[in-house]
Design a protein around this ligand. Sequence first.
Ligand SMILES: [Zn+2]
Length: 167
Amino acid sequence: MNVAFIGAHPDDEMFCLGTLLLCRRRGDRLFLICATNGDKGISDDPDFPHAECARLRDREMREVARAIDAEYQCLGEPDEALYDTWDNRLKMIEAIRHTQADLLFTHFSQDYNLDHSTTSALVFQGALLSQIASVRTEKPGPAACAADLLCGPRPGIWLRGDSFRGD
Ligand SMILES: [Zn+2]
């Protein structure tokens, strides 16, 4: 099974790292996706260069991904300035299509942080639209709409198909 965590910031994977490790243990293929580059993440130093912060956090995320044998991708939007735009929806759709994820984890839709709730909206919309072939990205969508895209038992989880066994 392909399992993806899509978060707003580098380090948000910590919200479900234990679950991801359990998935990894049973042989699932893992993907980590960040919507933003986390360039405001050094919050106690107003003089820390944003570009340097983004490089540092990218390096940290790549180390996390390597440690859990996951594929990592950053959509590159600026930290604390993520918006639900058509361009960002297309980026998210492309990322989701690339993972061919059977199971997606993301933030709760009513999260306290606007980047988190915007990421949640982009993931939910992206999961839906990634199944629609007429929504074109570099990686083509399926030939027909999949009728088996289901909302999970609580906000923040999408299941695709009937491959999820819950074990
Ligand atoms: Zn975050």
